[in-house]
Design a protein around this ligand. Structure first.
Ligand code: ADP
Ligand code: MG
Length: 677
């Protein structure tokens, strides 16, 4: 049997069952044996009947009698008695009439199930039962529980896995030196153990091995990317200290230490002939744009071009304005130009002309526009806002135009815990702006119980009365019968007609046409709307200093990192700002929401999210769901450090990736999903 063998070759798997496995994404034996259990039930302790206590138990006993009867329509009961040397026990199954034929009196079985009270008598209800033998699959062991699907139970999956494993040869996927150095379990044993562990300790060892392999793959993918980038040539941008000093001296504030250090790192990177690839992480309002602008000035002053890319037109326009303000020098100011889709054709043509003849050196726009027919043969620096990684393809497209690889500076307001950042973005250098500029007021956050809604709207209206604006954020667009969350549309109608009927209320969600979205957003920017009801589409980075209130409906449905990002839309001006999380019921809020209320540090919150909900929570905000780390805990910093070190060693040894088929496949897949390729 081979990894590529189809599942119908397995005992008990016909075409119908194979289709069910297909629903779970399992087509081949290889898919099946790497379909890791979701969790385990521990039935490994076999107890004697006299020691039975209520709860999950496993017994070893002989069946004495078994009977089966209908008690009423739709209710069939199978009852058996089993004994061991110490006592007897009653077994009961509901609506499983086949049991009476499959279980043979006089035979010895392992019986696992819940010992509990039913109709005034103790017994095992719906127990799992299996002939007593050396290798058991369903009882008398730590039993794997898989994600099931309609018509396919864990028991059936277990049977298929148990049939497949002994018939397969599982080749080692990692180099032997690495197994030895990192003290890893071999691949085959690890896979067997994941399904049928002999002990909790054995399971932990298997998980470490497979988790290590996952992180190792990710690290290796990013190391390769880094290595490749080092072979490219960039335009070295000379660091001119007087220019930096002048720029700083003309700012209306002093830089934070973090800003200063980050700027220095960027200048150092840009002086090299190899392309910079740096990610600046900083909470909203930490002052990333200023730092990026300094880098832009340095390049522009030497006659180079800079492309400043924003995720949306609105943000591009905002950035163009900010840049013009920050560039105190008229010479530089005049060299900033906007290029966005909604500009008239004539305007666009004029902008392209100005870029071509060098009157515009810093082009602000969205990615699409900058990459189209713009002449950028002197492009030295690309700054991209609110995106974590500039894909290799995008880079190459720019290189074709300019003949060299630009330096790339990415900025993100998503605070990524260090362990996660190292794993996901190992090919980038990372700068962190941890502190906020002095004098910033923290957003005051409050969890509000549904009973206090009336007072809540009084507070909101008081702010509106004072001339401020408010966001109302909802998890869903339209009302859903399934999910008990406030939809944006329903909330919009309700607020407009009731709670906030005195005010100008707008609605924004992802299903609107881009032009309509833009229009609503701009109305809000111009204060033609007082309240904006929206889904999470309100853009990261949008700067509306007059907005001082945010009301988040059904906050239970958001991750911590996401809640914090949302909250970053307010507190950007001089006014004290307030964030109200309107709980959906009066139950005590969980740890996550309490942390949201008491903590205003995005990094702390994302570390906590990682611990509480696992990497998925953060992948969600990063759109990295496809990464699919199934075993490794990204909060396991020791494992991550080891795997990272191993990836570096792999490269240093000049190992040929092609010698490791599985690893090579993994790398290719990762390069695709992580946009490294
Ligand atoms: P980010 O892009 O990180 O969210 P910005 O660069 O837009 O933050 O900065 C937010 C605001 O703070 C801007 O108005 C900016 O001028 C201001 N700012 C930036 N750095 C400082 C500083 N060191 N001291 C005071 N204000 C600052
Ligand atoms: Mg910003």
């Amino acid at each position: 049997m081979m990894l590529s063998t189809v599942l119908t070759e397995l005992k008990g798997v016909g075409p119908a069952a194979a289709a069910k496995f297909g629903v779970l994404g399992l087509k081949t034996v290889g898919d099946l044996v790497t379909y890791w259990p979701r969790r385990y039930d521990d039935y490994s302790q076999v107890v004697t009947m006299k020691d039975l206590k209520p709860g999950a138990v496993t017994l070893s006993g002989t069946i004495d009698t078994i009977t089966s009867r209908y008690v009423r329509r739709g209710m069939h009961i199978t009852e058996a008695q089993a004994h061991d040397a110490t006592g007897v026990v009653r077994l009961v199954w509901f609506n499983q009439p086949y049991r009476a034929n499959s279980i043979k009196p006089g035979q010895q079985y392992f019986i696992s199930g819940n010992y509990e009270l039913s109709h005034q008598r103790f017994g095992l209800l719906n127990p799992t039962i299996e002939l007593a033998q050396e290798f058991t699959v369903n009882t008398a062991r730590i039993v794997p529980i898989y994600k099931e699907t309609k018509g396919l139970t864990s028991r059936q999956i277990r049977a298929a896995v148990a049939d497949a494993l002994p018939k397969l040869t599982l080749d080692e996927t990692l180099p032997q030196w690495l197994i030895d150095e990192a003290d890893l379990l071999d691949y085959s044993t690890a896979v067997h153990t994941m399904h049928f562990p002999e002990s909790a300790e054995a399971l932990a060892v298997a998980k470490r091995r497979l988790g290590f392999e996952e992180v190792f793959g990710l690290s290796l993918a990013s190391q390769y990317a880094k290595q490749e980038l080092q072979l490219e040539r960039a335009l070295p941008v000379q660091f001119k200290p007087e220019l930096a000093k002048l720029f700083v001296s003309q700012l209306p504030f002093t830089l934070t230490d973090g800003q200063r250090a980050t700027a220095w790192q960027i200048f150092t990177d840009m002086e090299r002939p190899t392309p910079m690839n740096r990610l600046v992480e900083g909470d909203v309002g930490s002052g990333k744009t200023v730092v990026a602008t300094m880098a832009a000035v340095m390049a522009m002053d030497q006659g180079y071009q800079v492309a400043f890319m924003a995720p949306t037109e609105l943000l591009a326009r905002q950035h163009a304005n900010t840049l013009a303000l920050l560039l105190s020098d008229k010479k530089h100011q005049d060299r900033v130009g906007l290029l966005v889709g909604s500009m008239k054709t004539a305007q666009k043509t004029a902008a392209r002309e100005a870029i071509k003849d060098g009157r515009i050196q810093c082009i602000v726009g969205t990615q699409a526009l900058i990459q189209d027919s713009v002449d950028m043969h002197k492009l030295a620096l690309v700054i991209i806002d609110e995106q974590h990684r500039f894909g290799v393809d995008q880079r190459k497209a720019l290189m074709l135009k300019s003949g060299h690889m630009p330096h790339v500076l990415s900025m993100t307001a998503t605070p990524i815990p260090r362990s996660l950042a190292l794993t996901l973005y190992g090919e980038m250098d990372i700068s962190v702006l941890r502190e906020k500029p002095a004098g910033r007021q923290e957003v005051q956050t409050e969890l509000v119980s549904p009973n206090s809604q009336a007072q809540l709207f009084d507070k909101v209206q008081a702010e509106l009365q004072a001339g401020r604006q408010a966001f109302v954020v909802c998890p869903l667009i339209a009302e859903s019968a399934v999910l008990d969350a406030q939809s944006a549309e329903a909330t919009y109608e309700r607020l407009r007609q009731h709670e906030l009927k005195k005010w100008r209320v707008g609605l924004l969600h992802g299903k609107l046409k881009p032009a309509d979205k833009q229009a609503v957003m701009e109305q809000f920017v111009r204060h033609e709307l007082d309240v904006l009801v929206s889904t999470t589409v309100i853009e990261v980075g949008v700067d509306i200093p007059n907005a001082s209130v945010m009301l988040i409906e059904t906050p239970e449905r958001f991750g911590l990192a996401q809640l914090h990002q949302l909250r970053g839309r307010i507190g950007r001006g001089a006014h004290q700002s307030y964030c109200y999380a309107l709980l959906s019921d009066s139950k005590a809020p969980g740890r996550r929401l309490r942390a949201f209320e008491s903590t205003y540090d995005g990094f702390k919150l994302s570390e906590l999210d990682l611990q509480l909900r696992g990497p998925g929570a953060i992948y969600g905000t990063l759109q990295h769901g496809a990464l699919d780390l199934r075993i490794a805990q990204l909060s396991d910093t020791v494992l991550i450090a080891e795997a990272q070190k191993a990836a570096k060693a792999f490269i240093k040894r000049e190992e040929n990736l092609l010698h490791y088929t599985t690893l090579a496949q993994t790398i290719t897949r990762l390069q695709t999903v992580t946009n490294l390729n």
